[in-house]
Design a protein around this ligand. Structure first.
Ligand SMILES: Cc1ncc(COP(=O)(O)O)c(C=O)c1O
Length: 418
């Protein structure tokens, strides 16, 4: 195709779209598609939620940009106060940026400054971004790293309990991973050199694998004992995706640092790093920043998004979407041996596609996604190290009829590709 756009962008579909509403995007030639990507976990309130659109419209007439170092606009403090209300304790102060990678990287900078320590521990299969540091922290697929060496040093990778791949039962996997974590601290980096541990409460790009509660608590306890900061990367799990505002709330666990992006502003590029005031004070003034972080348009979009998500019933509805989707997937698993496993936390769902031997089947997965797109007008992505995990990320405002339509389409796609 004749284009002036960079080739580096991977394309899930060749659709040219003109507008979106709720769970539907419409092509320039007028064909509706059900969007089960939510723009990769961003439009949790649906495409163009009217309250968010209105807030952006109103803000656009007053300020497009009011740079935070130059002056403080009237949406900034209210957004920080609102984030303090909705995030788990002890999170109460916020640094604002634009993308997930910027925020995860900023969280590491905060952790280094606050502890005076140089290293970070992440987990096998994690995805924290595509800048040089966050690439070094990303091990979901080699494609993100290959050709970019040398990557920054000081990043250590511990195992994550992905039982579908290892065939262990959950307890055995947790025990092994915690043992390996302890060994890493004896053999690769001394605890006194580790600023933070960063973890996704549900492994995202790496396979949509929920971290078990006992694993998270095991890590949290070790961090507390060793003076290491525990950072939850809730870029993809946050803002209602798992049926709670933040996935960490499922585990009764307090992070030292919380990283947010994607769903925070329904599509406006906003990200945030939150911590206690005491921790934030240890980040020297002027040592970090950015031209656009805290932009008034983004703040207005985030405030409106939080309004929508804290309306009575919104999160219950998100959880119900996850339950309904999961029940339908389990019905399909009973009839289609290609489904090796379904799993979910709220509306963050995964289906492992396998061949007759039970091994991950990337080509069948690709055929299923192609069938869903071409024959059913349903847009779905894969994830996981083999590209054989179907990931379902419906907008949380999706209708029951749309969930049923998606499941029926998946049923036909499985039958057509068998
Ligand atoms: C858990 C997680 N962290 C960080 C990122 C990076 O976010 P961005 O693509 O906005 O830089 C992503 C993106 O998918 C993510 O899922």
């Amino acid at each position: 195709m004749d284009t002036h756009l960079a080739d580096v962008w991977f394309e899930l579909t060749d659709l040219q779209v003109s507008h979106g509403a709720g769970a539907v995007v419409t092509t320039t030639d007028g064909v509706d598609h059900l969007d089960l990507t939510s723009g990769i976990g961003v439009v949790n309130t649906g495409h163009c939620h009217p309250h968010v659109v209105e807030a952006i419209r109103e803000q656009a007439g007053r300020f497009l940009h009011a740079q935070v170092n130059c002056y403080r606009h009237d949406r900034l403090e209210p957004l920080a106060a609102r984030l303090a209300e909705i995030t788990p304790d002890p999170i109460e102060r916020f640094f604002l940026a634009n993308s997930g990678a910027e925020a995860t990287e900023a969280a590491v900078k905060l952790a280094k400054q606050a502890t005076g320590r140089p290293h970070v521990i992440v987990f096998q299969g994690s995805f924290h971004g595509r800048t040089h540091l966050t690439m070094a922290m990303t091990t979901s697929k080699t494609v993100y790293r290959a050709g970019h060496a040398p990557l920054p040093s000081g990043v250590f990778v511990a195992p994550f309990p992905y039982t579908f791949l290892t065939g262990e039962d959950e307890d055995a996997a947790i025990d092994r991973c915690l043992r390996e974590f302890d060994l890493l601290l004896r053999t690769q980096t001394a605890p006194s050199e580790v600023a933070c541990v960063m973890i996704e409460p549900v492994l995202g790009e790496g396979g949509y694998v929920p971290a078990p509660t006992r694993f998270l608590h095991g890590l949290r306890d070790r961090c507390r004992d060793l003076g290491i900061l525990f950072v939850a990367d809730e870029v993809q799990t946050g803002f209602g995706r798992t049926g709670r505002l933040f996935a960490i709330e499922h585990h009764d666990l307090q992070p030292d640092v919380l990283v947010m992006a994607k769903g925070i502003a329904s599509g406006f590029p906003v990200s945030a790093v939150g911590s206690s005031a005491e921790l934030m004070r240890r980040w020297p003034t002027g040592s970090h920043g950015g031209t656009y972080g805290g932009n008034p348009m983004g703040c207005a979009a985030a405030l409106a998004t939080i309004d929508v998500m804290t309306e009575p019933g919104f999160l219950e509805r998100a959880a119900a979407v996850g339950d309904r989707f999961r029940a339908g997937l389990d019905d399909l698993a009973a009839r289609h041996p290609a489904i090796g496993e379904n799993r979910n936390l709220g509306a963050m769902l995964a289906t492992e596609i396998v061949d007759a031997e039970g091994t991950p089947d990337a080509s069948r997965t690709a055929a299923i996604l192609a069938h869903l797109l071409r024959e059913e007008r349903v847009i779905v992505m894969s994830c996981g190290p083999f590209g054989s995990t179907v990931r379902w990320i419906p907008p949380l405002v999706i209708g029951d009829d749309q969930v049923e339509a998606a499941l029926a389409a998946f049923d036909r796609a499985l039958a057509a590709t068998g």
